[in-house]
Design a protein around this ligand. Structure first.
Ligand code: SF4
Ligand code: SF4
Length: 190
């Protein structure tokens, strides 16, 4: 088998091995997912194109694109897909792969947002408004944090941001940690 063919097969197998990616071989390229997607105009490639490119072994183009990060998890594509492919899960599977991909798109800051959210949820059982935004900007773009400071102060003044946070009850906190542990295990981060 030629090297390119081997790489293509390896990429498809990799996607298929992640929960949500198993069914891309069944896609008939009808485009219903792309036509249903409310965020398609923000994506580098539509959901239908992403599936076609994945099947063509275009790993770099797929994993460095912004498409999966623009997915709002509305599930319209999933409920309308005639092949039961579940493109929403595929988008999340590609996010997991993209985080570990060395040539990932450095301008995409969504992973920093996800990490900041789950770090606070895990350690505090809550996500404090100010702390979450501060951590997100520090991780993604500290200069932007300074620019956003006047906005944060204005929101605090108008009681649209809160410094105090309410902790979850111990049992709810334990359940939340179990969910985060499982999510990280599925994403291969533990
Ligand atoms: S709706 Fe389903 S079958 Fe049609 S292009 Fe999208 S994923 Fe493929
Ligand atoms: S779940 Fe994501 S990819 Fe599917 S239609 Fe909604 S925003 Fe688009």
């Amino acid at each position: 088998m030629e090297t390119k063919e081997k790489e293509t097969k390896a990429f498809i197998d990799e996607i298929c091995s992640i929960p949500g990616g198993e069914k891309i071989r069944l896609c008939i390229q009808c485009g219903t997912c792309s036509a249903s997607c409310p965020n398609v105009n923000k994506m580098d490639y539509t959901p239908r194109q992403i599936i076609a490119m994945a099947r063509a072994g275009m790993k770099n183009e797929v994993l460095s694109s912004n498409s999966m990060w623009c997915c709002a998890s509305c599930y319209l594509c999933t409920v309308r897909c005639p092949r039961d492919i579940r493109p929403t899960e595929l988008m999340h599977a590609l996010e997991s792969m993209a985080i570990k991909y060395p040539s990932k798109n450095a301008s995409i800051t969504t992973p920093a947002m996800y990490a900041s959210f789950s770090d606070f949820a895990y350690s505090l059982g809550n996500v404090p408004d100010v702390g979450f935004m501060a951590l997100y900007y520090l991780r993604s773009n500290p200069l932007r944090a300074l620019k956003m400071l006047p906005v944060a102060l204005s929101l605090l003044r108008h009681k649209r941001l809160f410094l105090k946070t309410r902790r979850l009850k111990p049992e709810a906190e334990r359940q939340l940690k179990t969910i985060v542990d499982k999510a990280e295990e599925l994403a291969g981060r533990i």
